[in-house]
Design a protein around this ligand. Structure first.
Ligand code: SF4
Length: 257
């Protein structure tokens, strides 16, 4: 019997970038205390938490948003107070930009906020993801919105090549089936811009096939480890620039930086 495997956008991406990182996460299960959570990740999380509060209670004011950010911000994650102040200012700017052009707040009807979505099992694979919010528009378009707090703004074509957009698209149809249009929109808080991504039926199926193939390769590598192959032989490390932002860099002996 095929062993059930649950994959999220982050875990598929991790496998594609460095299978060894995936193995440290899901096979070796490196404890949280040995992982490196970058201050930028804390900052992004703080902004997301405030946006979630506002999505759930749209009547909340800009003043509330700012004071909530101050409370939610992980001041202790930074090495010194000056560094934390700079990061907090960045977070404030992201929030302020969004409050001027609050994508995902006003149009359409809200269906879900930070809700964990899961697909039914297909060949032993379950897809899951927690998008920031899901809305439905008067023209019956279901839209998944994901806020990004980084500086980079990829093109729609680049985003279509990423597992996150594809998995959110799949999950939207699983949970709200039968609608004529599904869209995944990435909202970039640094610039106030949005990039919508849409998939044709064949593209959705091609992504399913691709991720099923990833799942199969993960199962094989796991079986090799259970058969006493070393973790790094079954899940090949891919050191490179990514090591600088890898949460396992403290415990990984293959890191390049
Ligand atoms: S530090 Fe580099 S090689 Fe090691 S797990 Fe992370 S990405 Fe892979």
């Amino acid at each position: 019997m095929t062993k059930k495997l649950n994959l999220s956008p982050a875990s598929v991406r991790m496998w594609l970038e460095c299978p060894y990182a995936f193995a440290l996460d899901r096979v070796a299960k490196v404890p949280r205390t040995q992982r490196v959570i970058t201050p930028q990740m804390h900052t992004g999380r703080a902004v997301h938490t405030v946006l979630e509060q506002i999505a759930k209670q749209p009547e909340l004011s800009a003043e509330f948003a700012e004071s909530s950010l101050e409370r939610t911000f992980s001041w202790d994650a930074y090495a010194d107070r000056a560094e934390a102040e700079v990061a907090f200012q960045t977070a404030r700017e992201r929030l302020a930009t969004w409050l001027v052009t609050p994508y995902g707040r006003e149009a359409g009807q809200l269906l879900a906020v930070e809700k964990m979505l899961r697909s039914p099992e297909r060949d032993g694979l379950v897809l899951s993801g927690r998008p920031d919010l899901v809305r439905i528009y008067p023209d019956d378009t279901i839209e998944v919105v994901d806020h990004k707090s980084g500086l980079c703004t990829p093109s729609a074509e680049e985003l279509k090549g990423e597992p996150q957009a594809a998995i959110y698209r799949i999950l939207a149809e699983v949970h709200w089936p039968g609608y004529p249009n599904y869209r995944v929109t990435f909202s970039y808080l640094a610039t106030g811009t949005t990039v919508p991504v849409q998939f044709g039926r064949e593209e959705v199926e091609a992504w399913w096939e691709f991720i099923l193939d990833v799942a199969e390769r993960i199962r094989k590598a796991r079986a090799q480890v259970e058969g006493d192959l070393h973790l790094e032989e079954a899940f090949e490390p891919q050191p490179g620039a990514r090591c600088a932002r890898c949460m396992f860099r403290k415990v990984c002996t293959f890191r390049s930086v």
